[in-house]
Each structure stands twice: as C-alpha cells, then as structure tokens.
Design a protein around this ligand. Sequence first.
Ligand SMILES: NC(=O)c1ccc[n+]([C@@H]2O[C@H](COP(=O)([O-])OP(=O)(O)OC[C@H]3O[C@@H](n4cnc5c(N)ncnc54)[C@H](OP(=O)(O)O)[C@@H]3O)[C@@H](O)[C@H]2O)c1
Length: 257
Amino acid sequence: MVYIITMEKIFTGKNALVIGGTGGIGRAVAQGLAVRGARLVLHGGSSRERLDGALELIRAAGGAAEGFLYPADGAGPGAAAAAILTQARDLCGGASPQILICAWGPFKQGSLEDMGPEDWQRLVENNLIFPGIMVSSLLGDMMKRRWGRILLFGGTNTDTIRGFRTTAVYSAAKTALGALAKSVARSAGPLGVTCNVICPGLTDTEYTGDALGAYNLERSPGGEVLKPEDIAKIALGILENPQVNGGIIPVDRGLVL
Ligand SMILES: NC(=O)c1ccc[n+]([C@@H]2O[C@H](COP(=O)([O-])OP(=O)(O)OC[C@H]3O[C@@H](n4cnc5c(N)ncnc54)[C@H](OP(=O)(O)O)[C@@H]3O)[C@@H](O)[C@H]2O)c1
C-alpha cells in the first residue's frame, strides 16, 4: 500500500505571532506554521541579520511573513508586551493574532545562593511574567472568536515539580508555566482555545556556544543532541490538535538532568 502524505494548510487565514521567532526553536516552529498556511509575525531580540534570514526562509518557501525586533528585557514586561502587541496588530491589519507562540526564554546557570535580586527579576520577568501578560492580553479576543492556539516553552525537566542544582530560578519560573497553561485550558478550552507547554531537552541552536555544546553532547541520551526541528515537529502536532489542551509535554528523549 502507498501512503501519500499531504501537508494541509490548516492554519490558512490565521495570524501567528512568534515571540523569539527569528532563531532557534521559535524559528523552526514559525517555518512549520507558515507551511501550514498561517501568516507569520516574527518577533526577535536584536539581530537584524537573523530576522531577515528567517523572513527570507519563509517567503522563499511561499509563506507570508513580516517581523520586527524589540529587545523585551529593557522596558519591563508590561511595557514590552504592550509595544510588541501594538506592532504585531499593525502587521495583522489591526486584528489580534489568533496563534501565540512564546519561544524566547533566557537562561542562567548558577547555584541558588549565588542568584541575586537582578537574576531573580530578569529570569522570572522574562520566563513567566512576560509570557503571562502576553497570554492575558490575547486571550479575550481568542475567546470571543472561539478559536485560539497558545504554545509556551518550559525548561528541560520542568514538566513536574523537581529540584535543580544549577537552574533553580529559571526552572521555577518555567515550571509555573504549566499552571498557566492548565488555567487557560480550563477556562477557555470550551471556547476553542488551547494552551500547552513544551519542555525541550537539550537542543542545539545557533545560540549554543562551545561550552554548552559540549555539556549538551555529554548529557544527551545516546549522545544525540536535539535539533530545533525535532521540537518543532511535536509543537506543530500539538497546535494542530485541539484535543491536546493544558498539556505539559517533555520532548527530551527521556533525559533526566
Ligand atoms: N535550547 C535548549 O537547549 C532549551 C532547553 C530547554 C528549554 N528551552 C527553552 O526553549 C525556548 C527556545 O529556546 P532557544 O534555545 O531556541 O533560544 P532563545 O534564546 O530562548 O530564543 C531565541 C529567540 O529569542 C530572541 N531574543 C533574544 N534576546 C531577546 C530579548 N532580549 N528580547 C526579545 N527577544 C530576544 C532571539 O532574537 P535574536 O536572534 O535577535 O537575539 C531569537 O528570536 C526558550 O524558552 C528556552 O528557555 C531551550
């Protein structure tokens, strides 16, 4: 028997905002959404080259994409979210995006006793408060339209409450995203909105330096480090299936740090 696989354009007519969509895992998810018909608004931090490269990739494959840069850790999470949403709505003809992917999530290693107030503020603001404000800002419109997709990114092994020796602050913020996703699923699931969290394993991206690359290789099951496309494949399956809602899904090949 011959199976013919077609890539259905199931997100045709939908606008997707990808926070951190110009590189790494966010860019891979954005590409997959574009192939499935969504119009992309890519948000990036500071690299014009990466933004242009990501837009070019999508457009070369026949997709529709616009984008802008806005370093979200300068003005505070409320002001950053408001500025990003204003630009995103402008690029969507005044409407709110129906798909929200919050990929950007800064990371810092260090023992808990070495984490100062600035580390706490930066890691919790950018990994929990900022995505939380983005979700609150778009959820009402999604509920009114009775359709919405939200995907958040946790950390490695933050799919349940665990202790961490070197990433306690980052991981605490990432673990809390699960409660956010389950709350959205509970209140807005009946209105056609899904919200899930993917917890990637160690994934090599263009941001991985030599030291982290060596650590990733040593720790990854079977010595095989994940690629952004491995994570994106699962992300797209989740976004395509409204049956998956409030999920906290490890994509880590069984890794325990
Ligand atoms: N990679 C891993 O091993 C791993 C493992 C577990 C969890 N995760 C989580 O998965 C998600 C994606 O991670 P990732 O490794 O692909 O990389 P990432 O560094 O979290 O995201 C890269 C994206 O964020 C943008 N960005 C960088 N600085 C920014 C800033 N100050 N303000 C706004 N945007 C900024 C980048 O734009 P520019 O290119 O312009 O800087 C790029 O578009 C994160 O939430 C991360 O915590 C990753």
